[in-house]
Design a protein around this ligand. Structure first.
Ligand code: F6R
Length: 610
């Protein structure tokens, strides 16, 4: 949510910042802007819309500053127009500031600043920060201290980067609730909200933590807490490569990420399965296995697609571990004073590891004494760092706003956790080995499903003008129905609902007529006969049926208008396969509508505001 990038060194910072912003655009694309110091004064260039428009505007000018910062916005307060775009100035334009997050008490601060004579030009909460810091600078206090004093008055969340023309040799950054890293170069340094904006230049990064403020010079940085305590920061080496975050010849990141799934899923299992013992080894939680296997209850907490993965996890845990499992929306969990017992294990699933609600829920669970585990993709992310232990999904960077490969890798990790714990409890070696065998066949089966891409595209052609969709599944495939519907609505803007297939009779069936496409996820498993009855019910009402079915199913073709046949596996792993045709279906429908699937309207990757 909003991208931040900054540079200080000896080269022209504009290309560096623009390139960083393009890499961060998936975090928000309502507006973009850049601020810099040249010839002793601050300048801002910004516009509504994408970084490409900003680039055009900047290259019409002839600036070549060596210190600057840039922002790509996902609007919270104030409509996405040029005035509300970041950076924001203070009144005499000596300071420019960019912000990711929400200042919750901005109205109170604004009124107090207006009483002191400050005039506001935008509708944003961010502008308050520029004037508040200015009110300390005006007292002759230096920038670093002014920022700390100002932030002491602020409620809310922020990742901040600030320039001040009276102290042109530094950038000041601060963090509370919104990610921020410093990239360490040779005679130059970088700041960003996300490592992906930096890796073209450096692999050495310092993660700024909540409550920390740093001064970044070209050759060093100084970090303190808001309360002025000195802190020593560790420099981390990141392994992400540029190739991983490029489109690699695909038209879109989303298609690349869908197509990568044989590899990303393999990476999630790589080195973890142990056939001889019929189990897996998960280094991150190995030391806690005794405690986890004796847990009385699992609570899985997440948002969006990760929450859907959690629902599949519930089926896995309850089938194989016989341990009660609840799945919670992080946004609800954090505010409703959940009952948490000391022998509960709470899993937080998050691709980005930065989702504000999930992070806050994690902190709440920790406060209440539960064992807190993270399942994250982004290495070094806040949730990964703040969990007691965890398992990385190793799906590789996911740039497309709609989550695809992270979902299948989350399912792999949940299944691996299930296997490890089940083998520790009561699963036999033979059963464990046969599950390991099924895991090993998954990447090849995904490849076979991806070969259906053109067929699925043809199916999509028939539905690009549909206004509504229903997705129905049972058991393990009910969460897949939710995920299929979410994929379609977020990138094609077609209204879609996911339901347990049997629930349809309790209301949604009223929507069904000849204009209603209904996607059934109907592999040949123990729920097959039941779901076929549901298919009949839709057919009787003339709904258009698209079925995701098993390769050997000879019957469903008599009922469905379109059948996409996929390989089978055991029930627990089936969602990893059934979701892939749904990702492709949503993708092709959106592309046929001419939409930007990587940057769908109103959305942003990594929701770091609540
Ligand atoms: C949907 C999607 C979102 C995320 C949700 C949680 O395609 O991407 O629903 O799944 O915002 O994000 P993470 O997993 O980063 O916590």
């Amino acid at each position: 949510m909003c991208g931040i990038v900054g540079y200080i060194g000896s080269k022209n910072c504009i290309p560096v910042i623009l390139e960083g912003l393009k890499r961060l655009e998936y975090r928000g694309y309502d507006s973009a802007g850049i601020g810099f110091i040249q010839n002793g004064s601050c300048n801002v260039i910004k516009n509504k819309g994408k970084v490409s428009l900003l680039e055009k505007k900047i290259y019409e000018s002839s600036y070549s500053p060596t210190i600057g910062l840039g922002h790509t916005r996902w609007a919270t307060h104030g409509e996405p127009n040029e005035i509300n775009a970041h950076p924001h100035y203070n009144t005499d334009r000596s300071l420019v500031l960019i912000h990711n997050g929400i200042i919750e008490n901005y109205q109170t601060l604004k009124i107090s600043l207006q009483k002191q004579g400050y005039k506001f030009v935008s509708q944003t909460d961010t502008e308050v920060l520029a004037h508040l810091i200015d009110s300390f600078l005006k007292k002759g206090i230096n920038l670093f201290k002014s920022v700390r004093l100002a932030l002491a008055e602020v409620d809310g969340t922020y990742g901040l980067a600030i320039l001040y023309d009276k102290e042109p040799e530094k950038l000041v950054v601060a963090r509370k609730g919104s990610p921020l890293v410093i990239g360490i170069g040779e005679g130059e340094n970088y700041v960003a909200s996300d490592v992906s904006a930096l890796i073209a230049h450096t692999s050495r990064v310092v993660y700024i933590e909540d409550g920390e403020v740093a001064e970044v010079y070209s050759d060093r940085f100084v970090a303190k807490t808001i309360l002025d305590e000195d802190i020593v920061k560790e420099v981390h080496q990141v392994t992400m490569t540029l190739e991983e975050i490029d489109r690699g010849g695909y038209e879109t990141f989303m298609l690349k990420e869908i197509m990568e799934q044989p590899e990303s899923v393999l990476n999630s299992m790589r080195g973890r399965l142990i056939y001889e013992d019929g189990t897996a080894k998960l280094g991150g939680i190995d030391h806690l296995l005794d405690r986890i296997s004796k847990t009385k209850r699992f609570i899985i907490t997440a948002c969006g697609t990760s929450w859907h993965a959690g629902l599949v996890g519930e089926y896995m845990f309850e089938q194989f571990l016989r341990i009660p499992t609840e799945v919670e929306y992080a946004s609800e969990f954090r505010y409703r004073n959940p009952i948490i017992q000391p022998d509960d294990t709470i899993l937080f699933i998050s691709q980005s590891g930065e989702t504000a609600d999930s992070l806050a829920a994690l902190r709440e669970a920790k406060r209440k004494g539960a064992l807190v585990l993270g399942i994250c993709n982004v290495v070094g992310s806040s949730i990964a760092r703040e969990s007691e232990a965890g398992v990385y999904i190793h799906a590789g960077p996911e740039i497309g706003v709609a989550s695809t490969k992270a979902f299948t890798s989350q399912l792999v990790v949940l299944a691996l956790i299930t296997l490890v714990l089940a083998r520790k409890r009561d699963m036999s070696l033979v059963d464990g080995r046969s599950i390991v065998n099924e895991f090993l066949k998954i990447p090849e089966k995904i490849k076979r499903i991806l070969e259906l891409n053109r067929d699925i595209e043809k199916v999509a052609e028939n539905f690009k003008d549909s206004k509504n969709f229903l997705y129905l599944g049972r058991g393990y495939n009910f969460p897949v129905a939710l995920e299929g519907a979410l994929k379609l609505k977020e990138i094609s803007y077609i209204h879609a609902e996911g339901y347990p297939a049997a629930e349809m009779k309790h209301g949604p069936i009223a929507l069904v007529d000849e204009n209603m496409p209904v996607v059934f996820i109907a592999p040949k498993d123990s729920t097959y006969e039941k779901i076929i009855s549901n298919v009949e019910e839709i057919k009787a009402r003339k709904g258009k049926i698209i079925a995701i079915a098993s390769e050997q199913d000879e019957h469903i073709g008599n009922l469905a208008d379109y059948v996409i046949k996929i390989p089978d596996t055991i029930r627990m792993l089936m969602p990893i396969l059934t979701v892939i045709p749904l990702q492709l279906l949503a993708y092709h429908i959106a592309m046929k509508k001419g939409l930007n699937v990587d940057q769908p309207r109103n959305l942003a990757k990594s929701v770091t505001v609540e």
